[in-house]
Design a binder for this molecule. Structure first.
Ligand code: ADP
Ligand code: MG
Length: 419
């Protein structure tokens, strides 16, 4: 079927024609459809049998332009194929942590997947101060498995290159190169910021040390093809409840720096931490902010522990053959190599995470945690902190020795707040 964007009515006819839907729906006459896309890029429909909500699917269709910017910003629909490929790979390597794919129609640029009925978007849940006891375990399994099993530490040289060749994703990568690592720090018409933090925004744009460091992070983003990264792993790409966690929306996936994904998770949790200076009053705030920072600490520690354990258990990749360490003292040398590797990942987490703090305050898209603060003066408190913490993470990244150094910067800057 030639490409045409679907609407709530045509979705029903479309689903009824797909053979794969025959086993999911008992009756297409009772389907209700609603468009729920709150994202920046695509149409997202939920279709369910009104008499049996167990029979439901999510249909995601790419539009030929960037939804957040309007029809004037063309974007290829090919991204759906990358999303499907990534979901299938993630399902294979981290089973149960992403939605199941039911169907894919390349011509129509759409995918049909499992409807996460009992899950909510993490970003909103964190603004509402909810807690998720299994999140640390789930997200660290996702990160460690995806990053390790798609890297040169596990794959043979040929396997890695063949897999990498399937994730060129040049268009969506370019969006991140521009909107995360370049445009926010120069004059570019799509940038938006709170006028009350204008002085801090201008100072970033004119800080040579910071601009140089951001360029180093961009260079890493563009050239370090370490593993298949999700590349948009913010808390708006996580749906969860008390017992289950799913990572959604991997349309940006490509072979990039591992630390970028870890950084996205940690940085978004800390941005949420900052937003509570406005959202939550004192006692409750302190408790929830402590919870968030503890989660940041545990995510790094658990990720590093799981990644190291996978590496020891499966030293299969061509980067360092296991027999390379067959010499007296080899076991210690291997342990030291792993330690250095993870230490470098932590420092790069600071660099990418720091850049991402800055772009959320001075680039094209902010986040709900901040935009839901109606009072611009209150919002400026969180935004100034984000700029200071982000700048320090980037500039001080090479001196970071442990996750507590990263958290220490957050605590030092946050201690200046007097609300
Ligand atoms: P975009 O790529 O346009 O940002 P997303 O994949 O983030 O789109 O989806 C937009 C919204 O649709 C999500 O925030 C979520 O509310 C809803 N959504 C997406 N996938 C699912 C799913 N599998 N189950 C339930 N809701 C979903
Ligand atoms: Mg998306």
């Amino acid at each position: 079927m030639a490409y045409c964007p679907l609407d709530e009515r045509s979705v029903v006819e479309y689903l009824a024609r797909r053979p794969a839907m025959g086993s999911l729906f008992s009756d297409f006459n009772n389907l209700t459809v609603r468009e729920v896309g709150d994202g920046n890029l695509n149409l997202v429909f939920i279709a369910e049998n009104r008499f049996n909500p167990d029979e439901s699917v999510v249909l995601k269709q790419a539009l030929p332009f960037l939804r957040v910017a309007g029809e004037s910003w063309p974007l290829t629909r090919e991204r759906v194929r990358y999303e499907v490929q990534a979901l299938l790979k993630q399902n294979e390597l981290a089973p149960g942590l992403v939605p199941q794919v039911y169907d894919f129609d390349e011509e129509m640029s759409l995918l049909i997947m499992e409807h996460l009925r009992d899950h909510e978007i993490m970003r909103k849940a964190l603004v509402a101060r909810k807690r998720f006891p299994h999140f640390v375990d789930h997200i660290t399994t996702f990160l460690a498995n995806l990053l390790f099993f798609t890297s040169d530490l596990y794959l043979t040289s040929q396997e890695k290159k063949l897999l990498e060749a399937r994730f060129v994703n040049e268009q969506l990568r370019k969006l991140q190169e521009d909107f995360i690592y370049t445009h926010p720090y120069m004059n570019s018409p799509e940038n938006r910021w709170n006028p009350l933090v204008d002085d801090a925004v201008q100072a970033v744009k004119a800080n040579p040390a910071l601009k140089l460091a951001i360029m180093e992070m961009k260079e890493a983003y563009m050239t370090h093809a370490e593993a298949l990264i999700h590349a948009d792993l913010h808390t708006g790409s996580i749906m969860l409840n008390c017992s289950d966690t799913r990572v959604i929306d991997p349309e940006f996936a490509f072979f990039g720096p591992m630390a970028y994904d870890v950084a996205a998770v940690l940085q978004n949790l800390i941005l949420n931490y900052l937003s509570h200076f406005a959202h939550t009053s004192s006692e409750e705030r302190v408790a929830y902010q402590d919870y968030l920072l503890q989660m940041v600490r545990e995510i790094w520690q658990e990720f590093a522990r799981k990644f190291d354990a996978l590496w020891r258990a499966h030293p299969r990749g061509d980067l360092v053959p296991a027999s390379y360490w067959d010499f007296p003292g080899g076991a210690e040398a291997f342990a030291e190599y792993r330690r250095r590797y993870l230490h470098r990942l932590l420092q790069e987490t600071a660099g990418h995470g720091g850049t991402k703090f800055l772009r959320r305050v001075m680039g094209i898209v902010s986040v709900w945690d901040l935009t839901s603060i109606a009072d611009l003066t209150q919002r400026a408190v969180a935004e100034r902190l984000a700029i200071r913490i982000g700048s320090r993470w980037v500039l001080e990244r090479k001196a970071i020795a442990s996750i507590d150094d990263l958290i220490g910067i957050v605590l030092e800057e946050a201690s200046t707040v007097t609300v």
